[in-house]
Ligand binder design. Sequence first.
Ligand SMILES: Cc1cc2nc3c(=O)[nH]c(=O)nc-3n(C[C@H](O)[C@H](O)[C@H](O)COP(=O)(O)OP(=O)(O)OC[C@H]3O[C@@H](n4cnc5c(N)ncnc54)[C@H](O)[C@@H]3O)c2cc1C
Length: 422
Amino acid sequence: MNIVIVGAGAAGLMAAATAAAACRERAVESRVVVLEKNRKAGVKILMSGGTRCNLTHDCGPAGIMEAFGNGGSFLRQALAILPPAAIVQLFNSLGVATQVESTGKVFPTSNRALDVRDALLRYAIEAGAEVKLGVTVKSIETAGQQFVLRMDDGDMTADRVIVTSGGRSYPGCGTIGEGYGWMKSFGHTIVQTRPALVPLVGGEAWMHEISGVTLDHVCASVWSAPEPGKKADKRPLMSRPGGFLFTHLGYSGPTAMDVSGVITAAGDPAKTRLTLDLVPDKSVVEVESWFEKSRQREGSRKVVAALTDWIPRRLAEAISLDAGASDSTFAELSRTAMTKLGSHLKRLPLPVTGTRGFEKAEVTGGGVSLREVDPRTMQSRLVPGLFIAGEILDLDGWIGGYNFQSAFSTGYIAGHHAAMQG
Ligand SMILES: Cc1cc2nc3c(=O)[nH]c(=O)nc-3n(C[C@H](O)[C@H](O)[C@H](O)COP(=O)(O)OP(=O)(O)OC[C@H]3O[C@@H](n4cnc5c(N)ncnc54)[C@H](O)[C@@H]3O)c2cc1C
């Protein structure tokens, strides 16, 4: 049996290892080949997590599913077979010791993404898979019960094909979305692709002036823009707590990137509103009463100085200036300025005009419709023998190791079932 896997990323290498291992276990005469256009395997693993590779998240399957929103339940069966704990165990057994950070992110103890990539590549090769580098697949077609893969230097036939060619994010890595065209030619629906986990563009002049200011513990929320004549929604479309960064073009950091997918999913940034809670541990009432008490008890204290107990000085100065409270003491603070400052602290509006696009998106939202893929096997419901795994699927999760976990789990069961069938 010939199994060909297109793309040697996290999903493809994992699929190759499990397919080769399953063929060997069944003593089936087989050839498992991975075709990769880059001259290196696992390019995105190498660059991931700032070259440290956040390979999964320290949580149960439910925590992983939550990170994928509506698509999360598609991962249920794959995560039941290969949950985060099994990924950690697998990499440990491959010689990659891991550590969990306080955020729950799991990294190799060596902090070297190279160790993760090398271990996975070795795992696939030792299981019996061949990894061919520098080979670009141009198209995939069916030929009776088989598949024909066309490449510049000839064709290859396969009994099973596993497509793990990734999405459109970071196209400089080779991921330019060719897989969507192949899937369309097989009759699959491609849910409109869009950048996700992407830095946002926008902001007022004062926000750009504080470019480089980082906040460790804030909460970003995306709201539906109120329609004319209708009341604003009481609940946000999505909220994410964590770190944030003001940039010269807009906003970045985990919270901004996590909520970016909801903004791009709306199609037009004007359809949503982004706000930042600078003091998520304090309620609106607590902030208001803090202002009142400070006016009564600390009238001579500068407002900016007091705010630096909570937020960095540059941000405290900027929001005070914007609220009309620059250099004021609490005694001098007007009611209007106090209300605006309180509102900035709890719901700072962050204008968004766009994103940095696929060039800077860590993942692709949209992709092969999940309805057309069997979640127990990752086999296409339309084309027997065709398996689809990893980022090419309509799945995008938060920052934190969730996306590699999804690629590993879906790749694992795709490889296993491709080998067990027939
Ligand atoms: C900068 C950055 C940092 C990231 N950090 C993290 C992190 O720390 N943790 C995390 O969970 N996620 C992270 N991600 C997301 C993660 O990299 C992806 O979710 C993951 O790589 C998807 O795996 P995949 O195997 O589906 O696709 P990919 O890793 O994209 O692999 C697809 C492979 O297919 C190959 N290919 C494509 N077309 C063809 C073709 N025509 N012929 C042959 N080969 C082809 C590509 O060259 C590529 O090697 C990061 C992403 C980026 C861009």
